[in-house]
Ligand binder design. Structure first.
Ligand code: EPZ
Length: 418
């Protein structure tokens, strides 16, 4: 196991090229299972969650190559329809192969994805969505067993906006027998990217605000050219927080600023100078950090995946900030670690009240999940002296070459054996 050592680093200045989106790559890789063929993807981040998904595709009978952020998947020999416990337990997002396996085989056996550090992660919305379009699910021996029981297609209204829940039902209905209409759908850019990929391969899917209409296709065929995965808005927002700190000036490249409207509004509220272009943003810290309020919501609201990272900016703000977590109410595991640095944070239910302090002191911290790890890295950068973060494998699940990207900005960061 490795640990990351960070020394307080100021006057950070430079550019960072944002990688492709993890949460777009995973459902699109799953979509290559849906119909036999060879699929080329570009701008795929080289992170462990992508490699886990590729191993899952291989375990089902698929073949792949992955180099220089380009993936080629050959799904022609996929013959299994079970996502095993060993893989699902390492990555909950494996659940997104469920819809593709149903679409291809009319049945699927998925190890029940457990909860994780950010809270309970139920799958009732996936099951209800499948039911509305002609599938039935039973749970046996810790597995979800779903099969087709009538013609595939129909109408479904989601009780709540579940990103992978909606992605799964889109995948399960793309090759259906009749039209599917999904309502109260999430509008995250990653859901849109999946729809665009399926249409790139011959799908007939139309999104109109939170309604998605899927006309059945009899087959899919990937064009010979690669499909480019969208930029990772959460990685962009994570580095964006660094730019808010007084004395820092960070240029984010290879991004889509439309995907970051609300986080950028908060960054401006902090008193930060922001220059926005279509595919790049320059963020320059002001003389201080003004306090701010955040409430996490489905897109286009403030993303829950940036909540922990933005909390770091509040730690040194001139006043009281309020952070309300509406998506995963217990997503505050990072608070206990930040308190070790001297942070002043009070928790009440799903609300964190942060009062800025004059300075923080480095400490040993423990990472618990992907976004909390990124939060602790940011905290280590602003805290005095040295900080140490254990269990950094969480970080490598979703941030490509993050050490190099930070070093290039002037951060004093390195890894050691734990
Ligand atoms: C996706 O997870 C993302 N993961 C998460 O990012 C992200 O935090 C989340 O969406 C919310 O934006 C991927 O896309 C791979 P949800 P997902 O279903 O789909 C409840 C990261 O760090 N719910 O949208 O699993 C659920 O408990 C990860 O990159 C049900 O009640 O999240 C939560 O409160 C972390 N029943 C809310 O809905 C269900 O069947 C949103 O969950 C499904 C979800």
């Amino acid at each position: 196991m490795e640990k990351i050592i960070i020394e307080q680093s100021k006057e950070l200045n430079g550019e960072v090229v944002i990688s492709g989106s993890k949460n777009s790559s995973l459902p699109i890789l799953a979509a290559t299972i849906l119909y036999s063929g060879t699929y080329k993807l570009s701008n795929v981040p080289d992170i462990s969650d992508v490699r886990t998904m590729l191993k899952l595709i291989e375990s089902l009978g698929g073949k792949y190559s992955f180099k220089n952020n380009e993936v080629v998947v050959d799904s022609s020999e996929i013959s299994h329809y079970e996502a095993p416990y060993e893989l699902v337990k390492t990555m909950r997002a494996s659940v997104v192969v469920w819809g593709s396996l149903l679409g291809r085989f009319g049945k699927a056996k998925i190890s029940f994805p457990g909860g994780c550090a950010i809270g309970d992660r139920p799958v009732d919305q996936h099951i209800k969505g499948f039911e509305s379009i002609g599938y039935s699910t039973k749970i046996s021996n810790g597995y979800l067993e779903t099969k087709k029981i009538t013609s595939i297609g129909g109408e479904h209204f989601f009780d709540l906006k579940s990103v992978t829940g909606c992605e799964n039902v889109i995948l399960a209905s793309t090759l259906g027998d009749k039209k599917t209409i999904l309502k109260n759908c999430p509008e995250e850019p990653e859901v849109v990217d999946l729809i665009n990929f399926l249409n790139f391969c011959g799908g007939k899917i139309v999104k109109k605000s939170d309604t998605i209409e899927i006309m059945p296709s009899s087959s899919l065929k990937a064009p010979n050219k690669a499909y480019k995965i969208i930029s990772d808005r959460i990685e962009a927002g994570t580095f964006g927080v660094l730019g808010c700190l007084p004395g820092n000036k960070i240029k984010l490249k290879n991004i889509n600023s439309d995907d970051l409207q609300v986080p950028l509004k908060i960054i401006k509220k902090m008193g930060t100078r922001v220059d926005i272009a279509k595919s790049s943003i320059t963020i320059e810290g002001g003389g201080e950090i003004k306090p701010f309020n955040i409430k996490t919501e489905s897109f286009p609201g403030f993303p829950t995946d940036l909540q922990a990272q933005f909390m770091v900016a509040a730690l040194l703000a001139n006043g009281e900030s309020k952070i309300i977590e509406e998506i995963f109410p217990s997503r505050f595991i990072h608070v206990a670690e930040l308190r070790k640095l001297g942070a002043n944070i009070k928790l009440k239910n799903n609300t964190a009240i942060v009062n800025g302090v004059a300075s923080l002191n480095g400490a040993r911290m423990q990472a618990s999940d992907l976004r909390a790890s990124a939060c602790l890295i940011l905290a280590g950068i602003i805290a005095k002296n040295k900080s140490e973060i254990n269990r950094v494998y969480h970080l490598d699940r979703g941030y490509e070459k993050i050490d190099n990207k930070l070093m290039n900005l002037g951060v004093k960061i390195w890894r050691e054996k734990e």
